[in-house]
Design a protein around this ligand. Structure first.
Ligand code: SAM
Ligand code: GLN
Length: 282
């Protein structure tokens, strides 16, 4: 008589393996991977816990667990990550969307409360396109220019714009920071960016998962401030009168505010750490 592994047993075995390699949420990861492989909803994990797992499902699932055991980010294995309650396709060509970046969306909504406004926004270093696509969804009359140095990232972002049916209101441009944009066409209401800000000396101490992400999405290979400084210095030329700049940052903090801008306020994360800055053009 065969003793096929039940759903519950398989999750427990996989979770124990992930725990051994110090994954921070082993049970959640095992559950999400099985749901993805078996095409299940979360409630099925409970309702069908005693069901034997088909061998084909178990084989594919175990292969994904092996990848996660190498500390490959879950989002790359699933090919998807949620941001502002919407699913985004992600590959190893783009940074995995982080919950902290949702604070930039909150800041835009705070300073631009009229969601029917026909604003012009700019997202620099768009990666998977989360900022540009979310703003296009939240502001159905807005136009967004989204830039990245990486052509492969822009392909992922374009796919996400199509998936969320906002591709007609986002212009993607490849290039170095604001140089990607023709200045004479740009009078943005706001420039929003989560640029690479990890200092070079911090790179070696990051979680293993981050070694799978594009290095040039994480670090400026310097003190972390290079791109933040560049956006604050060159941004005002691309803004409307009273236009805004909203930046995410990390442990490197924020650069000195240039004379062309007024510092409005610090963005804090849920733990109370300073994670960004909001500026207004004088
Ligand atoms: N906006 C996305 C997000 O919040 O998840 C991605 C942010 S990631 C931290 C930074 C992005 O900046 C990467 O997609 C990277 O390719 C891009 N980047 C790096 N250097 C750049 C440059 N010189 N000019 C434009 N984009 C750059
Ligand atoms: N938030 C990323 C981290 O986990 C860094 C992203 C960035 O450099 N913008 O360190």
């Amino acid at each position: 008589m065969s003793h096929a592994t039940t759903l519950r047993q398989l999750i427990q075995q996989a979770s124990a393996l992930l725990k051994q390699v110090n994954c921070d949420a082993p049970m959640r990861d095992a559950e999400l991977l099985l749901m993805s492989v078996w095409g299940m909803r979360r409630t099925d994990l409970i309702i069908r816990a005693s069901e034997p797992v088909p061998e084909a499902i178990e084989t594919v699932f175990n292969a994904l667990i092996q990848r996660r055991m190498q500390r490959e980010p879950l989002a790359y294995i699933l090919g998807e990550k949620e941001f502002w309650s919407r699913p985004f396709h992600v590959t190893s060509d783009v940074l995995v969307p982080r919950p902290e970046t949702e604070h930039l969306i909150e800041a835009v909504l705070e300073y631009f409360p009229d969601q029917q406004g026909a604003y012009n926004f700019c997202d620099i270093g768009t990666g998977s396109g989360i900022i540009a696509v979310t703003l296009a969804c939240e502001y159905p009359k807005a136009h967004i220019i989204a830039t990245d140095i990486s052509e492969s990232a822009l392909r992922v972002a374009t796919g996400n714009a199509i998936q969320h049916k906002v591709e007609d209101r986002i212009t993607f441009k490849q290039g170095d920071m604001l140089q990607a944009i023709e200045q004479r066409n740009a009078h943005f209401d706001a420039i929003i960016s989560n640029p690479p800000y990890v200092a070079e000396h911090e790179m070696a101490s990051l979680e293993q998962e981050l070694s799978y992400e594009p290095r040039n999405a994480l670090t400026d290979e310097s003190d972390g401030l290079t791109f933040l400084t560049d956006i604050l210095n060159t941004g005002p030329e691309f803004l409307q009168t009273s236009g805004m700049i909203m930046l995410e940052t990390g442990p490197c903090g924020l650069p000195d505010t240039p004379e062309t801008l007024i510092f409005e306020k610090v963005i804090h994360d849920l733990a109370g750490h300073a994670r960004g800055g909001i500026y207004r053009c004088v």
